[in-house]
Write a protein that binds this ligand. Structure first.
Ligand code: CDP
Length: 128
């Protein structure tokens, strides 16, 4: 099973989302996303999940190379994305959102599995 997450950029910053559930992940920060559903392409998953979870419209960009194991049977893949419209709000799964500039990326406690993707995403942060 593939979980697709988004490195969402806006004005030179990256969006970090704090999970509110399940308990073992609550309080940790992640790149928002969710599971690929049957018949979906990963970019479609990304657009759907960020619409559901954050209430925004995004344009997927490139895939960040690599794949990171989650619980058994699940892997995380990450795409960059650009904010097209809306201001992200924590509608589902999250209780706080923060836009982080490059120098602020270490200020939140990222989920272990997201860290390599965040490091790669930082290298791709567009200049504001
Ligand atoms: O929304 P949906 O139920 O499709 O997926 P989710 O619950 O947001 O994510 C599925 C699994 O992937 C959970 O176990 C998350 O903790 C994990 N995940 C992750 O480790 N890192 C991310 N950036 C996104 C999800």
């Amino acid at each position: 099973m593939v979980v697709v997450a988004g490195a969402l950029y806006d004005r030179g910053r990256l969006l970090a989302a704090r999970r509110s559930a399940p308990v073992e992940l609550a309080g940790r920060w992640e790149l928002p996303g969710g599971k690929l559903e049957p018949g979906e392409g990963p970019e479609e998953t990304l657009v759907r999940e960020l619409r559901e979870e954050l209430g925004v419209e995004v344009e997927p960009g490139e895939r960040i190379p690599g794949e990171w194991p989650l619980k058994p049977g699940y892997v995380l893949r990450v795409w960059t994305a650009r904010l097209l419209s809306g201001e992200p709000r924590p509608l589902e799964d999250h209780d706080e959102l923060r836009w982080l500039a490059r120098h602020e990326l270490d200020s939140v406690d990222w989920l272990d599995q997201d860290r390599p993707a965040v490091a790669e995403a930082a290298l791709r942060l567009p200049v504001a």
